[in-house]
Design a protein around this ligand. Structure first.
Ligand SMILES: [Zn+2]
Length: 290
């Protein structure tokens, strides 16, 4: 191929793939349930985070609610394909919109369970009267056991991490857990400082997760994880924290440290909160302690 036609060909290729990803962004993947273990399913696709559910003898417990009514309804349809048992519980892993805004797609009167700080965040965010009908009606601080017939489901809050209201949903019989946004793979962990999240807390929480007798982890925005994935996240997070701490002790400023880590700040989108890089979050946490 001559150079000019090579360039045209590669430009066309780039155009084709950008169009493809643009269409993919516009059209979310179809909502689909897939079995994780036993009667536990993960629900991917639609708008919002990965969710899940467990089919009990008489009822169903759902984990997280997708981001809008339509995606929630499609998730409920997936449940109905597998069982006629009614959805009795909905457990929220935290308060972010992509996990809770689909609540309005569920029938009123189901038990909505969350950490008490998550309820507080939702109480502030849910302005519409329709939404307010879906504020959690059962909250807890550290741990809670739910029973579906004989099956026990353990909910844990190990302290502030992604937010200050994160819940780990643990299924001891199946040795698996739903982690919400406590885990991100292939990108930096996300810490919401405006919801009192903490990177040091995240390390503590992920270590507590590894104390559970579990080998399979569903999380909000990626494929199912193993213990080694969590170990890797802890390791890289601790390395970053140690390095930033040393740089602060050397007298480096936040700007210096951002340059060392090649962090580029993005301007806040209109009406949106400024995005904080993990480096800045860690820096703020360390300097606050002094
Ligand atoms: Zn989140």
């Amino acid at each position: 191929m001559k150079n000019a036609s090579k360039i045209i060909f590669s430009s066309l290729l780039i155009l084709f793939f950008s169009l493809l990803s643009f269409t993919a962004q516009q059209q979310p993947a179809p909502v689909k349930a897939s079995q994780v273990k036993g009667t536990i399913y993960e629900v991917k696709g639609g708008r919002g985070a990965n969710c899940g559910f467990i089919i009990g003898e008489k009822e169903v417990l759902v984990i997280d609610a997708k981001m809008d009514k339509e995606s929630a309804e499609l998730m409920i349809a997936e449940v109905k394909k597998l069982t006629s048992n009614p959805i009795k519980y909905l457990v929220l892993t935290h308060s972010d919109g992509d996990h809770v805004n689909g609540l309005v797609g569920f029938s009123k009167g189901i038990n909505i369970v969350a950490h008490h700080q998550t309820r507080k965040h939702m109480d502030e965010a849910f302005k519409e009267p329709e939404q307010r009908l879906y504020l959690p009606n059962q909250t807890f601080s550290k741990k809670l056991k739910l029973y579906l017939g004989n099956k026990v489901i353990k909910l844990f809050h190990f302290g502030p991490a992604h937010t200050n209201g994160d819940v780990v949903v643990y299924f001891p019989d199946e040795k698996m857990a739903f982690l919400g946004d406590l885990l991100f793979l292939g990108r930096d962990p996300l810490i919401h400082r405006h919801k009192n999240g903490s990177s040091f807390g995240l390390v503590k929480t992920l270590k507590a997760v590894l104390e559970l007798d579990a080998d399979t982890f569903v999380h909000g925005h990626g494929d199912i994880a193993q213990r080694s994935d969590i170990e890797g996240v802890i390791k890289s997070l601790e390395e970053k924290q140690t390095k930033i701490k040393a740089l602060i002790e050397e007298g480096k400023s936040l700007e210096d440290i951002k340059k060392i880590f090649k962090v580029e700040d993005r301007p806040a989108r209109p009406g949106r909160r400024r995005w904080l890089s993990l480096v800045e979050v860690i820096y703020l946490e360390i300097t606050e302690k002094k």
